[in-house]
Design a protein around this ligand. Structure first.
Ligand code: SF4
Ligand code: SF4
Length: 121
C-alpha cells in the first residue's frame, strides 16, 4: 500500500497509462447496472457487448483492445469516466502499486530523495 503522504499529494494527470496495462478490469455487481444504464443498454446487452469472463472464472471483466488496453480507452480518455468500474476509481488508493503510473513514480522518486529509507518493502 502507498503511504498516506504520497496519496495526499497524488493528482492524476489523465495520461491514460494505467488503462493500457495488461490484466483484467474486473467488474463488481454494482458496476454492471451503472455502466449499462450510462450506455443506454440493458444489463444483458452490456454483458454481451462489453465484457468477457475473467481468468479467475468468477467475475466479468471489460473487453480489451488488440494492444491490451481497455476497450473504453479512446486516445488518452476513458469513454465511461463518470461510471468507470470501482477497480478504476479506487486507483491508486486501494492498490498495491509498485510502479507504472508516471505521477506516482515521480512522487515516489521525490520521497526517496528526501528520505532514502522510505518506500522499502
Ligand atoms: S497512469 Fe496515473 S496519472 Fe496516468 S491516468 Fe493512470 S492514474 Fe492518472
Ligand atoms: S474503464 Fe476507463 S478508467 Fe477503467 S481501464 Fe477502462 S478506460 Fe481506463
Amino acid at each position: 500500500m502507498l503511504n498516506q503522504e504520497i496519496l495526499n499529494q497524488f493528482k492524476c494527470s489523465g495520461c491514460g497509462e494505467c488503462c493500457r496495462w495488461g490484466g483484467s478490469v474486473l467488474l463488481t455487481d454494482d458496476d454492471i447496472p451503472k455502466m449499462a444504464a450510462h450506455l443506454g443498454l440493458s444489463e444483458q446487452e452490456f454483458i454481451d457487448e462489453h465484457t468477457r469472463l475473467a481468468p479467475n472464472r468468477k467475475q466479468l471483466a471489460l473487453l480489451d483492445q488488440a494492444d491490451g488496453s481497455c476497450a473504453f480507452l479512446k486516445g488518452d480518455r476513458c469513454e465511461v469516466y463518470e461510471v468507470r468500474p470501482e477497480q478504476c476509481s479506487s486507483f491508486p488508493y486501494a492498490w498495491s502499486v509498485p510502479a507504472g503510473c508516471p505521477e506516482l513514480d515521480k512522487l515516489l522518486a521525490e520521497q526517496k530523495e528526501i528520505d532514502p529509507r522510505s518506500n522499502k518493502p
